[in-house]
Design a protein around this ligand. Structure first.
Ligand SMILES: [Zn+2]
Ligand SMILES: [Zn+2]
Length: 260
């Protein structure tokens, strides 16, 4: 399964035609397009999980998209990128205008993260007066979204529809209920499903309650080629495991449930 361009490395498949290329050759392409079928070489992810976490209080530009009002744009970009603020590496054009966000007829672009990875959602809506000092974010830095909850839900539904891979990142308290509901949306849409647990080294009793999610995830991955699965797990910084290690971990969770 060598790279078809250099034949010196393992290849990954990122497109429908399953043309195999290594990361180095992908990075050297003039355009991130498959030389064979010409499709865009990008795995699109939606990363569901708690917006405001008690454990890790900083949102990350690899898992969240940012929305803010135009009049606060410059101020907020300064805050997001400054070392004392968010310290995020985010491009100006990737921040979505709040007016575009709430206008449901307006199509939102998909945010490219790496040459081979993009995220479709979810979105963080910044409060006008957000002031995350020293990288510490508080609930008041986020807009209270209840008044526009139908729009937020529609936008997330749309972003789930646009993704190839839906990732549920469980938090320490296992109380990301909306994200767990979104799994059902992604499942109904036939997406590849991945579940990530908060601490791989700790034996959380709650994790085995997700054994049906684990089983479903393995089923959706089983339909893909090995090179595609490898490509997914090497595509995004959120995965620090290989496909094989991931499946092993899930099988462990499933077997714990069976022995309870
Ligand atoms: Zn190569
Ligand atoms: Zn191709």
């Amino acid at each position: 399964m060598a790279c078809l361009l250099c034949e010196n490395n393992y290849g990954m498949s990122l497109c429908e035609c399953s043309y195999l290329m290594c990361r180095e050759c992908i990075n050297n392409l003039e355009f991130p397009k498959c030389p064979h079928c010409q499709s865009i070489l990008s795995i699109k992810l939606f990363i569901a999980g708690k917006m405001v976490k008690s454990h890790d209080n900083k949102p990350n530009e690899y898992t969240r998209r940012f929305v803010c009002k135009n009049e606060y744009r410059e101020l907020n970009i300064g805050n997001l990128t400054s070392p004392k603020g968010g310290d995020l590496e985010i491009k100006d054009e990737d921040i979505i205008d709040y007016d575009d966000f709430i206008n449901i007829d307006q199509e939102l672009h998909i945010q490219q993260i790496t040459p081979t990875t993009a995220i479709t959602g979810p979105y963080i809506i910044l409060n006008d007066t957000c002031a995350f000092n020293h990288g510490y974010w508080q609930p008041s830095d986020y807009l209270h979204v209840e008044p526009i909850s139908d729009i937020v839900n529609k936008r997330n539904h749309e972003a789930i529809n646009n993704c190839d891979v839906f990732v549920l990142e469980l938090n320490y308290d296992y109380d990301c209920y909306r994200s767990i509901a979104e799994w059902g949306i992604a499942s109904a849409l036939g997406k590849t499903l991945i579940i990530l647990f908060p601490d791989e080294n700790k034996d959380e009793p709650q994790s085995s309650e997700f054994y049906m999610f684990a089983a479903e995830s393995i089923k959706t991955l089983d339909t893909l080629s090995f090179t595609k699965k490898e490509a997914i797990f090497t595509s995004h910084p959120i995965f620090n495991i290989t496909y094989k290690e991931y499946v092993k971990r899930l099988q462990n969770i499933i077997s714990k449930k069976q022995h309870n």
